[in-house]
Design a protein around this ligand. Structure first.
Ligand SMILES: [Fe+2]
Length: 380
């Protein structure tokens, strides 16, 4: 659930027509079969008007049988590659979550749809727009861009763009505890409805030609070919749509003493939670230790993507670095970090954290960028 949006022309009642001579083709775009969140979309053409189709094998990834240990992955060492369809590199995954790095080297005019995963892009570098039949959504550095499972879309972006992508098979949503019984974001939460941007619908396209849609499944694409532009929507309404929210519009929660990660939660699903560490004032107890304490994060694996600022707790970490701290093994500040944190009054860091409830496994791509000395980085 986000909130209700209506754009363009829609019939007075759902599942009806306004003019027999001017019939619109109604599509229910929804999750969880007919039970979940949905929107109703009105096309000029039948969305099933497929001139041809084929299947294509995709370049997959391999989950490795590697030990469950703390890791530092240098995603900045991955070279720009491919486009939205073939350029997303999976570095860590389990049976319900994929963590990808996307540093595209080109754009692709074909449309893409993920049949299995909700997608959450974090824009580490760059800007651009997501283009889908229900409108265009501009994004910029520091945005989270949510893409619902099953959305047809393509992206345009600047040349240096660099994204972290979190994919989950489970419904990715605003945490339940942030929402009041009327469906509104409560007071005291890190962001508000006004901060969330939705796509803006333009005029429907009536162009003819060749339009491909790559629908991604676990091991292949089904490629559908249309002869009329899928950007043919005259109106839509509902609660399911891609949206963007920028970290600069979020208000971090701070306290007298160190606040744990759930305070910084941004999105949640059954398989993971997403939190954002934002520039913030530190704790105001006169003898507070601002940096995190040691912990074993039992029951979760803890992923962190460092985007910008000064990452106080660790040496050797740069923008684009990823750390994985696994359940059962203690982790925390590196030697000297507690001492140097005392007396500091603020941080300018921006980092994305994911806690996954099933263990995250290293992939063949992740292994290439694995800093093998990380497990010993607490020893001095
Ligand atoms: Fe941690």
């Amino acid at each position: 659930m986000v909130f209700y949006v209506k754009q363009g022309e829609v019939p007075e009642s759902r599942h009806t027509y306004d003019s027999k001579e001017n019939l619109r083709r109604e599509e229910l775009f929804g999750e969880d079969s007919f039970e979940g969140v949905y929107s109703l979309i009105y096309h000029l053409n039948e969305p099933t008007r497929i001139r041809g189709y084929r299947t294509e094998q995709k370049q997959g990834y391999r989950l490795l049988d590697e030990p469950s240990i703390h890791r530092h992955l240098k995603t900045q060492n991955l070279e720009p590659y491919g486009d939205l369809i073939d350029g997303r590199k999976t570095i860590l995954a389990n049976s319900r979550v994929q963590i990808q790095i996307f540093r595209p080297e080109k754009t692709n005019q074909d449309f893409y749809r993920n049949a299995l995963y909700e997608m959450l892009f974090f824009v580490h570098v760059g800007e651009g727009k997501l283009i889908c039949p229900i409108g265009e959504l501009e994004f910029r550095q520091g945005d989270y861009v949510y893409v619902p499972k099953g959305l047809m879309f393509k992206m345009e972006y600047t040349k240096d763009s660099y994204f972290l992508i979190l994919n989950t098979m489970d419904d990715l949503k605003i945490p339940d505890r942030y929402i009041n019984r009327y469906g509104q974001l409560k007071e005291g939460t890190p962001y508000y409805t006004r901060d969330i941007r939705h796509p803006i619908l333009g005029k429907p396209h009536i162009s003819e030609g060749k339009f491909n849609l790559y629908v991604e499944y676990s091991d292949r694409y089904v490629v559908e070919e249309f002869d009329r532009s899928p950007m043919d929507v005259v109106g839509w309404d509902g609660y399911l749509f891609p949206f963007a929210i920028n970290v600069k519009s979020m208000a971090p929660i701070v306290g007298k003493l160190h606040q744990p990660p759930p305070v910084h939660e941004t999105f949640s699903s059954k398989s993971m939670m997403v939190a954002t560490f934002l520039p913030r004032l530190f704790d105001f107890h006169p003898r507070s230790i601002p940096i995190s304490y040691y912990h074993n994060n039992i029951d979760v694996d803890e992923f962190l993507f460092y985007s910008s600022g000064n990452f106080m707790s660790r040496k050797g970490i740069e923008p684009g670095s990823v750390t994985l701290h696994v359940r059962g093994l203690t982790h925390g500040p590196q030697p000297g970090a507690v001492e140097s944190s005392i007396g500091k009054d603020s941080t300018d860091e921006v980092a994305v954290m994911i806690e996954t409830y099933d263990p995250l496994l290293l992939t063949d791509v992740g292994k290439i960028i694995d800093d093998k000395n990380y497990m010993k980085s607490w020893y001095s």
